[in-house]
Design a protein around this ligand. Sequence first.
Ligand SMILES: CC(C)(COP(=O)(O)OP(=O)(O)OC[C@H]1O[C@@H](n2cnc3c(N)ncnc32)[C@H](O)[C@@H]1OP(=O)(O)O)[C@@H](O)C(=O)NCCC(=O)NCCS
Length: 313
Amino acid sequence: LEKNNALREAGAHVPTNGFDGIGSSVSELFAQDLRPICTPRVLPLDFRVAKKQNLVRKSSSIVSTIVDERGTELLYSGQTIHSIVDQGMGLGGTIGLLWFRRQIPPAFARFIELCLVVCADHGPCVSGAHNTIVATRAGRDMVSSVASGLLTIGDRFGGALDAAGQMLLDSVDRITPSELVVEMRKSNTRIPGIGHRVKSVDNPDSRVQLIKDYMRTQCETVTYLSYFEEVAAITTSKKGSLILNVDGAVAASMIDYMSTFMSLDDIRSLVDNGLLNGIFIVSRSIGLTGHHLDQLQLGQPLYRHETDDVFYG
Ligand SMILES: CC(C)(COP(=O)(O)OP(=O)(O)OC[C@H]1O[C@@H](n2cnc3c(N)ncnc32)[C@H](O)[C@@H]1OP(=O)(O)O)[C@@H](O)C(=O)NCCC(=O)NCCS
């Protein structure tokens, strides 16, 4: 009894009729105090169910507009790969769908393929191939060796296309070719797309000639290419090596082709985003992969540069 009284004083619910009253005490207590606490929580609607009922929409973390892989057949800019193959759109047409997000004129697709062929490689001595060869001979895998070559692409090597394109888009309607040469000299800036280490007026670059020939026979406008040729006519009159180089010829011709089906604003935006250098990157990846395989097939040892080829100052 003492214990029960003490428990009651301490706030416990103690049945008045001993142990037999526990059941009714618990039931009373549940009815009075606990019921509200135990009201089951209403769970929010399951997301998948709500989505099925079209009640909610999940915001997307990726927006992508070029490829749809969800259906039975892969779509590149809305075209099934079957129709791309059946129409013979080739690599140029595929680049059109994935870079320009549309079907490009077939002559432009063939021009892109021409650029991919002429820029695919330029021998083992140029920066990109040299890096790939050294990396391969140091035992690196294909991705590392090719990436090491690709990383040399920049304003001086193979990456002058973007800068040349930007310069042309800024200059053609604003100044004459001779004014451009003066402007660049005053700002002490090399004209991107002009100049070559080996090629010159006396040792012309056949790749550039191939591009010019294609443009003159296949493209309805050569405004940017002609402008750049006039620039080169001025620079070569000063120094024979300051020819229109392959980067410059490809950049000018790409803009001419793009201007046949795109607005100038759209061209500017794509050029600013690096589309022209993309042509060189895709193309030269073919050659760099070739150099990697070639070195492995030849079983070439670790490369070490000859000390007699270094001037120790
Ligand atoms: C390609 C390139 C690196 C070759 O350079 P190079 O043979 O080493 O040329 P040099 O550095 O010996 O320059 C020779 C002279 O021509 C000038 N020159 C070289 N390229 C020039 C250019 N694009 N515009 C104006 N002047 C140029 C140099 O200032 C130098 O003048 P100087 O004799 O009065 O000093 C260089 O022409 C260049 O930077 N071109 C622009 C970038 C480009 O188009 N790169 C892609 C190459 S495929």
